[in-house]
Design a protein around this ligand. Structure first.
Ligand SMILES: Nc1ncnc2c1ncn2[C@@H]1O[C@H](COP(=O)(O)OP(=O)(O)OP(=O)(O)O)[C@@H](O)[C@H]1O
Ligand SMILES: [Mg+2]
Length: 247
């Protein structure tokens, strides 16, 4: 079986900063994998590497058997970026952001057809954004913006989805909506790699988890990866040592 995502011995530097150190991992299709690690551990870099957005010093990435850039161009992989990494001043409406998910389905002239508009309307409805569809993306709250990017990923209908902290800053209701959507996508056979700092959520949402600290410290069933000794290695502290542990 072709892996959904395959990262083989990848190292990434930003100048002198070593962000990923000989990372290897393989995800089977139809799974939700949690990506865990401290701030600066390389999670966002790993997403960008899979998408072919940052150059690697060594190693190889495959998404459904293709290199990351080719998979992205073919619309096989969708991406919900971390909020901090989006230019919110960019003058587009929510509806336009979601429509970007359909570009891979359109021809070179990017003319939206009825099927594209229907997919966008459906995705907006699923993320409770119908009433906000004509607002500028920069005029939404943080949680609403997050939902707009989840809507874009849904409209895209990609086989592989990369979600960089989709739950950061969203309220409980939006979180529940997003969780429900992710589980539905998995039931439809999609593969999801989801970074989160909410460790408490991982056992219910994820089939497996990866603990990253520049390199892969652990990869396996959530209860294994969340064992205290493993967490100690990645975070330098035991759960319970601090009340904010699961935030
Ligand atoms: N554009 C950049 N230029 C230089 N260094 C960078 C750049 N982007 C990230 N880094 C560095 O690379 C390392 C990994 O960063 P990355 O954003 O991948 O971490 P992360 O796990 O996503 O963190 P967070 O939980 O805060 O989102 C960090 O040391 C960071 O400072
Ligand atoms: Mg990040």
């Amino acid at each position: 079986m072709t892996a959904a995502i395959e990262v083989d011995d990848v190292t990434v530097h930003y100048g002198d900063v070593l962000a990923l150190d000989r990372v290897s991992l393989s995800l089977e299709p139809g799974r939700i994998c949690g990506l865990l690690g401290m701030n600066g551990s390389g999670k966002s870099t790993l997403f960008k590497t899979v998408l072919g957005l940052v150059p690697t010093d060594r190693g190889r990435v495959r998404v459904l058997g293709r290199d990351g850039l080719a998979a992205r161009r073919a619309g096989l992989v969708g991406y919900v970026p971390q909020s901090e990494q989006v230019d919110w001043a960019f003058p587009v409406r929510v509806r336009d952001v979601v429509m970007m998910g359909r570009y891979g389905h359109m021809g070179g002239r990017r003319r939206a057809r009825a099927a594209d508009r229907e997919a966008v309307d459906r995705a907006l409805a699923r993320t409770d954004l119908t009433d906000l569809a004509d607002r500028q993306i920069g005029a939404l709250s943080g949680g609403q913006r997050k939902r707009a990017f989840v809507a874009r990923a849904i409209a895209q209908n990609a086989d592989v989805l990369l979600l960089d902290e989709p739950f950061a800053g969203v309220d409980k209701r939006s979180e529940a909506t997003i969780v429900e959507l992710l589980l539905e996508l998995r039931r439809a056979g999609r593969t999801l790699l989801v970074s989160t700092h909410d460790l408490a959520q991982v056992p219910t949402l994820c089939d497996e988890a990866i603990l990253l600290q520049r390199r892969v410290i652990a990869h396996g069933p959530p209860e294994k990866v969340l064992e205290p000794d493993t967490l100690l290695e990645a975070f330098g502290m035991h759960p319970g040592e601090e009340n904010s542990w699961t935030r």
